[in-house]
Design a protein around this ligand. Structure first.
Ligand code: COA
Length: 335
């Protein structure tokens, strides 16, 4: 829904992505933990995921940006701001955005990291859009990047089969057409979910010690069942709500672009929205859950495959640790 005093919208004018070449398929996990391909595929929809062997999150992010710059006349030095959504920054500080700025040569940019787990890209997209809507900035790079393998315990079958490494980036620029670009959003946080999905140590609450390492507190901890329940409800409700708010029916929506955590959560969201399965962007089978990267990677792959057209109504939806969740209504404006 348009706010009445808006002068411009932010819209996506270029996309890019990077996945590392090394593939871990389900057969690999059969050799290292007590699991099997059939369980993984039926319970999650994942067939394989990628892991980076030669770098950190900023490398994934910089390569995604470089891929984006191959497709646009915009040069890195024209970028005003870089927002990197990630829960696996190279270091606590400096921000990964600084490292990416340096790697891609965006010498006139400022920027920062944004931590919202699997909702990170949605929150960063809205943040970037607001910078543009305000009129001060004209070219904002929004990047979702995570090296989940850095915080994955490969002896824990509950979590290790789920995650992968990847990055993806979009360029936001202004448009005076208030009907296109980032049209509307509903975003939420609720810290009561903090113990269902988190990394127990390494922060100021439990600084790293021999004990935290011995107790494996530097890995993802997840209560899968608890997360599943709230994720299904949260993502389905917020996606339905944004459609209602903007007078959209399932027929008006070209694609649901959901965070890729579990195919069953995605199916439940699509069903609640009245959107048929052929209108749901999916890549979880190839990459697993890549946290902040899943949604922009879907956009990049489907756009490059010619499946997304100018004027398409897209509903982006995510749910993640925090809790964080939300939905964005985006009208695609690229030819
Ligand atoms: N292979 C085989 N069995 C496995 C397994 C694996 N990789 N992982 C777990 N299991 C077992 C469990 O130990 C459990 O066995 P038990 O009943 O003997 O204890 C059984 O499978 C069922 O576990 P459960 O947790 O009920 O499975 P599930 O159907 O809920 O699927 C998840 C597990 C993690 C796939 C699912 O809960 C999920 O996707 N949760 C939400 C994930 C999410 O959205 N996370 C991030 C938000 S961004």
């Amino acid at each position: 829904m348009q706010s009445k005093n808006k002068l411009r919208n932010a819209t996506i004018t270029a996309v890019g992505m990077y996945v590392p070449p090394k593939v871990l398929d389900n057969k690999y996990f059969e050799q290292i933990v007590d699991t099997n391909d059939e369980w993984i595929v039926t319970r999650t929809g994942i067939k394989e995921r990628r892991v980076i062997e030669d770098g950190a999150t900023s490398d994934l992010a910089a390569r995604a940006c470089e891929d984006l710059f191959k497709t646009t006349s915009v040069k890195p030095e024209e970028i005003d701001c870089i927002i990197v959504a990630t829960v696996t920054p190279d270091m606590f500080f400096p921000a990964t955005a600084c490292l990416v700025q340096n790697k891609i040569g965006a010498k006139n940019a400022w920027g920062f990291d944004l931590s919202a787990a699997c909702s990170g890209f949605l929150f960063a997209l809205k943040t970037g859009a607001s910078l543009i809507e305000g009129g001060t900035y004209k070219k904002v790079l929004v990047v979702g990047a995570d090296k989940m393998s850095a915080i994955t315990d490969y002896t824990d079958r509950n979590t290790c089969i789920l995650f992968g490494d990847a990055a993806s980036a979009v360029l936001l620029e202004p448009t005076e057409n208030l009907e296109e670009g980032i049209v509307d959003q509903i975003l939420h946080i609720d810290g009561s979910g903090k113990e269902a999905l988190y990394m127990k140590a390494g922060g100021s609450l439990n600084p790293a010690t021999h004990e935290t390492v011995d107790k494996k507190m530097h890995y993802i901890y997840q209560d899968g069942k608890a997360v599943f329940k709230v994720a299904v409800k949260g993502m389905a409700d917020v996606s339905y709500e944004i459609m209602q708010k903007n007078g959209l029916t399932g027929d008006d929506v070209a694609y649901l672009v959901p965070h890729q955590a579990n195919l069953r959560i995605i199916d439940a969201t699509a069903e609640r929205m009245g959107v048929s399965k052929d209108k749901v962007m999916i890549n979880i089978n190839k990459y697993g859950n890549t946290t902040a990267a899943t949604i922009p990677m879907c956009l990049t792959e489907y756009y490059r495959a010619g499946k997304v057209k100018k004027g398409d109504n897209l509903i982006l939806a995510a749910f993640g640790a925090g809790w964080t969740w939300g939905s964005i209504y985006l009208k695609w404006s690229m030819e």
